[in-house]
Design a protein around this ligand. Structure first.
Ligand SMILES: *Cc1c(COP(=O)(O)O)cnc(C)c1O
Length: 446
């Protein structure tokens, strides 16, 4: 399937289009842009995708991202031509998205107050750099390569930089990563160094690091691979494709994510909007976003915790001034995001507006959980033999809260995304050493 694609401003009263041969991610009206495909894909492709799982050593079929390349064909290649794929598509030997699919986990289901057969978790931590970020990085770096880019730039709570640095090293590009000093898990920081990135430590939090990286990226002709980049979000749609494929393309009732910069939510929303547009699905799964208590901007804004009116997409006319008032209030009080789940320690989510669109389209909900609840969630996932990090622990913890609140029903089909693997080994050691923790197995002395 070939075809042309463009970028388009998501603001319905603007809708300005852009060619794709540039790195514009924000329209002059201030809204972010989407990648738009000109062709309507046939649902018969689902059989092609399934068949590619027997990949016959073709890495573009083996990859859990590029197996769906017909739905991400912004480069306009002949998707059946292996030589076209090899020339254009960036892949870590087919490893991105390869091991990701939904699993049932009995102990987590019990903790989350769900019947085992209705509750699935999809580990994205088994991606080559250890988080879901690889899904979107393979597509963003593909676009960078189309533009002949020499240097990737990102700000990161850790996993974006690990993924960007890994792909950059593989593609012989440079990579600058801006990190909030002292706020990145040791395993993630180690990866940035290991893969040869230039680490730039920023005094402040992630929001400060992002501002610094965007300013420098402009000056130094770098290519930004944060989730502001619409090509990142294209690759992350495959997380949802793999969920749906596992369920024979029958949508679940809920898809649950932790919320940080809200790229994942935005990507999932766009994915579902397209699938409905194409007539591939009719039922729309509801998105549930789980914020950390200490970094709950989305929760505060959409649940009227800040002002009496909820913030919403409002058919493309969100109350942008309310967002400014909220940030101004937080800055004025010196309220910075604070959670041990550093991957979601974000106060000003870059994709907030796209996330509002996703929440409105899917009738989504936002809740929040404490660090202790996330630690229980992370640990019960571990007891089922799966690895995840603290931020991912928000997913089982959040499902438990939404079940208790009666928002998720017992007979709903729920799929949660475990976003990344454990990269701070001191956390499980600390959890299990403290015998007052719910699932602790304290060490004994001989
Ligand atoms: C990046 C990240 C998140 C947050 O995802 P967003 O798309 O920024 O909301 C959550 N968990 C992990 C492990 C991450 O690396």
């Amino acid at each position: 399937m070939k075809g042309t694609s463009t970028k388009r401003c998501i603001n319905p009263s603007c809708g300005l289009s852009f060619e794709i041969d540039n790195d514009i991610y924000r329209c002059s009206c201030g809204f972010l842009v989407d990648v738009i495909y000109s062709e309507l894909p046939s649902k018969r492709l689902t059989e092609v995708f399934f068949d590619r799982r027997n990949h016959r050593e073709n890495i573009y079929d083996e990859s859990g991202v590029w197996r769906f390349r017909d739905l991400l064909n912004f480069s306009g290649i002949d998707t059946n031509s292996i030589s076209d794929c090899a020339k254009t598509l960036v892949s870590l030997d087919g490893a991105e998205g390869r091991l990701s699919k939904p699993y049932t986990m009995t102990k987590v289901a019990e903790y989350a107050l769900m019947p085992n057969s209705n509750f699935f978790l999809q580990p994205e931590g088994y991606n080559p750099s250890g988080s879901f970020k690889d899904n979107g990085m393979s597509t963003a770096v593909t676009h960078a390569k189309m533009l002949g880019v020499k240097k990737l730039v990102c700000a990161s709570t850790g996993n974006t930089s690990a993924s960007a640095a890994m792909y950059a090293a593989n593609e012989n590009m440079e990579c600058d990563v801006y990190i909030p000093k002292g706020e990145v898990a040791p395993g993630k920081l180690g990866q940035a160094f290991q893969f040869g990135a230039q680490v730039i430590q920023v005094e402040g939090n992630f929001d400060d690091a992002l501002a610094a990286s965007l300013a420098d990226s402009k000056l130094s002709h770098g290519y930004t691979v944060n989730s502001l980049n619409p090509f990142r979000l294209e690759g992350q749609k495959t997380i949802v494709y793999r969920v749906l494929e596992h369920l024979d393309w029958n949508p679940p009732d809920w898809i649950v994510y932790p919320g940080g910069a809200l790229g994942n939510i935005s990507s999932c929303g766009k994915c579902l909007i397209e699938l409905v547009e194409w007539g591939w699905i009719r039922k729309i799964p509801r998105i549930a976003v789980i914020n950390a208590e200490g970094a709950s901007s989305l929760y505060d804004l959409v649940n009227s915790k800040f002002e009496s009116k909820p913030l919403s997409w409002n058919n493309g006319r969100p109350d942008l001034e309310m967002i400014e008032r909220y940030y101004h209030y937080k800055d004025g009080k010196g309220l910075t995001p604070k959670t041990r789940a550093t991957a979601i320690q974000i106060g000003k989510p870059a994709n907030l507006i796209k996330a509002l669109r996703a929440i409105e389209f899917t009738n989504g909900v936002v809740t929040r959980v404490s660090d202790m609840e996330m630690a229980d969630g992370m640990s019960i996932v571990g007891l089922n033999g799966f690895d995840c990090e603290l931020a991912s622990g928000a997913v089982p913890a959040g499902v438990r809260v939404l079940r208790r609140d009666g928002i998720i029903k017992a007979d709903d089909i729920v799929v949660g995304i475990l976003t990344g693997r454990q990269k701070d080994p001191s956390l499980p050691v600390e959890y299990h050493t403290n015998k007052s923790n719910r699932y602790a197995r304290p060490p004994t002395n001989d």
